[in-house]
Design a protein around this ligand. Structure first.
Ligand code: ATP
Length: 357
């Protein structure tokens, strides 16, 4: 008996749009999925644009998927709190759904770079692959992938590989949705809407998503970039006499934030006061912390501003956990070195299916 099919569609979804929904709807009309998981990647790699935090992207996705009974948003990559690769996600999902056959959905813009994704070619055999054409991108099939191509979607579904059989790749060439999240972020960032931007936004964003964006004031120019948030946090800590402030640029290795700020406090009261000072200062400027943890004990308070994570710690806790060594430049260099040794492209495959982003 054939296994039920689990579709996996990964992306930054910053924000999710009708191109995503339309393209996947077309595939779901051709392949009978048991369910489709929409996997939100932890951290978009760009720092130069105003983007939404992972939790907001997940919330928007949940709103967009509400009408679809067997589509679900997944936070598996956000929860990982480490660099996140399609390989890791597919491996984890195979363990979690041992009775399912996985089918990975990707946009045509990702196809050309697939052979450079982390842990290629092992990655390939973790799932079947469906590629959805995107109008402004040419569909170039890498030579290495050509033997995997099947002409008809049914050939893909029929070939239910156990671990010995190669997975297959099918291209849906009739997918014809031009919209991208980049276009929408640009349209949403302008303060004066034109007729064209208004039309784009209302046509290409699900209504509930647009409402959420407006309520949360996402993507507006004037929202704070990560570097500025980091500077404000450091200033707040200095104002309240934080000890040994250290700032780590973890954008390339963390998958969830751009900066980590660590500081020591002399007492539980001092620790709590610094965390409060930093959140109050940012709140006044329109940046609300996504999460605050540990204030009750005052040993280690974590304040998550999305792109910047602040750890306020008692010195003994700080030296015990030694976050700085874990995340510092040396650690980063070692990770990069390890990747080079395994021949993997450090950028390839990071964050499910959006590595080409
Ligand atoms: P951005 O403009 O920020 O790069 P995006 O619109 O490409 O974003 P992502 O969240 O990066 O959206 O995309 C997730 C997945 O959806 C990727 O595999 C991407 O190729 C695919 N995709 C995005 N837009 C479309 C579309 N219009 N048609 C088909 N696939 C799409």
């Amino acid at each position: 008996m054939s296994k039920p099919l689990l579709g996996i569609f990964g992306g930054t979804f910053d924000p999710v749009h009708q191109g995503h929904l339309g393209a996947v709807t077309q595939i779901a009309e051709k392949i009978e999925f048991d369910s489709i998981l929409w996997v939100v990647s932890a951290k978009p790699p760009h720092k130069d644009q105003v983007r939404a935090a992972a939790q907001d992207r997940l919330n928007m996705l949940e709103l967009a998927l509400e009408p679809y009974s067997n589509w679900q948003a997944s936070d598996i990559e956000i929860q990982r709190h480490a660099p996140s690769y399609s390989f890791d996600t597919l491996t984890a999902l195979r363990e979690r759904y041992p009775d399912h056959q996985l089918v990975m959905l990707i946009g045509g813009d990702s196809l050309e770079t697939l052979p450079s994704w982390y842990r290629y070619p092992e990655l390939l055999d973790l799932a079947h692959w469906v590629v959805m054409h995107r109008p402004s991108y040419s569909l170039k099939v890498p030579e290495r992938l050509k033997p995997r191509l099947v002409d008809h979607v049914l050939d893909l579904v029929k070939a239910q590989p156990d671990d010995q059989i190669e997975s297959k790749l099918w291209i849906h060439e009739n997918s014809d949705f031009k919209v991208s999240s980049t276009q929408l972020r640009q349209a949403l960032s302008v303060n004066e809407e034109t007729k064209a931007t208004k039309q784009l936004i209302t046509e290409q964003l699900p209504k509930a998503v647009l409402n959420y964006i407006q309520q949360q004031q996402l993507y507006k120019i004037g929202s704070m970039l990560p570097e500025k948030v980091k500077n404000e946090v450091v200033e707040a800590l200095e104002d309240i006499k934080g000890h040994d402030i250290s700032v780590l640029d973890i954008a390339e290795v963390s998958g969830f934030a751009d900066y980590m700020v660590v500081v020591s406090g002399t007492s539980d009261t001092h620790v709590r006061a610094m965390a409060r000072e930093a959140s109050d200062r940012l709140r006044k400027q329109g940046v609300k912390p996504l999460n605050e943890d540990g204030a009750d004990l005052g040993e280690w308070v974590l304040v998550d501003f999305g792109d910047v994570v602040l750890h306020v710690m008692r010195p003994e806790v700080r030296s015990y956990y030694d976050l700085e060594t874990l995340w510092d430049a040396d650690a980063r260099a070692k990770i990069e070195q390890a990747r080079e040794q395994t021949g993997d492209d450090a950028s390839g495959g990071a964050s499910t299916s959006t590595q080409a982003d």
